[in-house]
Design a protein around this ligand. Structure first.
Ligand code: PLP
Length: 395
């Protein structure tokens, strides 16, 4: 009667959502202060005041029909020009408003890009573990196959031997997510240069471009080092960006796909993304938020609370004896499960109302993800619980 796939996606929650819902239910039983919920990546820093003030100004200044009406499918020219100006200033590029396609967040940008690049049922995309769990359903429901490359433990860069073996004539794109969810790692310039060189070689071999699809919701959340701007290294890069995390607006659904002028057959690629947006029924990105971004494209996030949380959780866990690298960006810490098995470790933690996500769904079954975009005080209160857990494991 209905699509089995859609039914499954609609009824079986992701592991993250499962833990998040469990946390809410436990809070109502044992009290919110006794549940240590590190499950979900909802920004804990409020949206910048400029954003809130801009929303008020827009409501006061603009006619309601203009605020809430449809924009053109690719988005308002003013918004796209403001974003292009921001990128050009920061990265020395010469992007035009017409290179940008506004979307309801990075998720919509990714689904449109996968759909646009899927030629037939042999099409393949490649992702590196650990990866954002939704890539799999986004790619497969576009009609493609998602090939995943096992994690490069413990550096979480790229296993190039396996990547090279996985590329074939059907490979249309490689997904890069740096700063990474869930590892918090930033791909080094060396990694990006190697990736670019390999993809150039392989594109020539297979006779068509293999795109880099750069998924960048965490671009602005950087605490150490810099994030190489991938179009500088590889011309066939399509960026999927989001304001969900940088401006703490995840529920407002605003982001974009950027097809730089350097992309081969630029207009064809751009128009196919627009076509995908159309058939997926996106119509246009949320209008009020487009007006906000037109005025707030240069607003920067307040990183201080995340930096304080990162110090506290990383130092605290390391002192207890947990093995975890200090994340360079995003707001996740990826920690080795001390018993070697993420699932059973996460289950053990759950018994103490400590909610951490096993890495299995991210393609890494020996690590757990700790989202530290939480109340600072909760981290403090959780450390004795992490300590008891470690004692239990050590016997
Ligand atoms: N990509 C990654 C790596 C993410 O972590 C997320 C959200 O958590 C998304 C994409 C989707 O973000 P958005 O809210 O912009 O759709």
């Amino acid at each position: 009667m209905v699509s089995k796939d859609m039914l499954r996606y609609g009824t079986v929650r992701s592991c993250i959502r499962e833990l998040f819902e469990y946390g809410k239910q436990r809070s109502s039983v044992v009290g919110k202060e006794n549940v240590y919920d590190f499950s979900i990546g909802n920004p804990s820093v409020p949206a910048p005041e400029e954003v809130n003030q801009t929303i008020r100004n827009i409501i006061d200044e603009m006619p309601s029909t203009a605020i809430h009406g449809y924009t053109s499918g690719p988005g308002s020219n003013e918004t796209r020009a403001a974003i292009a100006d921001n990128l050009n200033e920061r990265f020395g590029t010469d992007y035009k408003f017409s290179d940008l396609y506004m979307t309801a967040g990075a998720a919509a940008a990714l689904t449109a890009v996968f759909r646009a690049l899927t030629i037939d049922d042999k099409t393949e995309f490649i992702a590196f573990a650990p990866f954002f769990t939704e890539y799999s359903c986004f790619a497969t429901t576009a009609g493609a196959k998602l090939t995943t490359i096992p994690p490069d433990i413990p550096a979480f860069q790229i296993n190039f031997d396996l990547l090279e073996k996985s590329i074939n004539a059907n490979t249309q794109g490689v997904i890069v997510n740096s700063p990474n969810n869930p590892s918090g790692v930033i791909y080094t310039e060396e990694t990006i240069k190697k990736l670019a060189a390999l993809l150039k070689k392989k594109s020539a071999e297979v006779g068509h471009p293999i795109f880099i699809i750069s998924d960048e919701p965490y671009r602005e959340l950087v605490y150490e080092g810099t994030v190489p701007f991938i179009p500088h290294y590889y011309s066939n890069t399509i960026i999927c960006y989001s304001y969900s995390k940088s401006l703490s607006l995840p529920g407002e659904r605003i982001g974009y796909a950027l097809v730089p002028g350097s992309v081969e057959d630029h207009d064809e690629v751009y128009n196919a993304i627009a076509g995908a947006g159309r058939v997926l029924g996106y119509v246009c990105a949320p209008s009020l938020m487009q007006h906000v971004i037109a005025r707030c494209a240069n607003v920067k996030p307040d990183l201080k609370p995340y930096i304080a949380n990162r110090e506290l959780i990383h130092n605290g866990l390391t002192e207890i004896g947990y093995n975890c690298a200090k994340p360079s960006g995003a707001f996740y810490l990826f920690m080795e499960a001390p018993n070697g098995d993420a699932k059973s470790f996460s289950d053990m933690a759950k018994q103490s109302d400590l909610l951490i996500v096993p890495g299995n769904d991210f393609g890494c079954s020996s690590y757990v993800r700790i989202s530290y975009c939480v109340d600072h005080d909760m981290i403090k209160r959780s450390l004795p619980v992490f300590k008891k857990l470690m004692e239990k494991i050590r016997g």
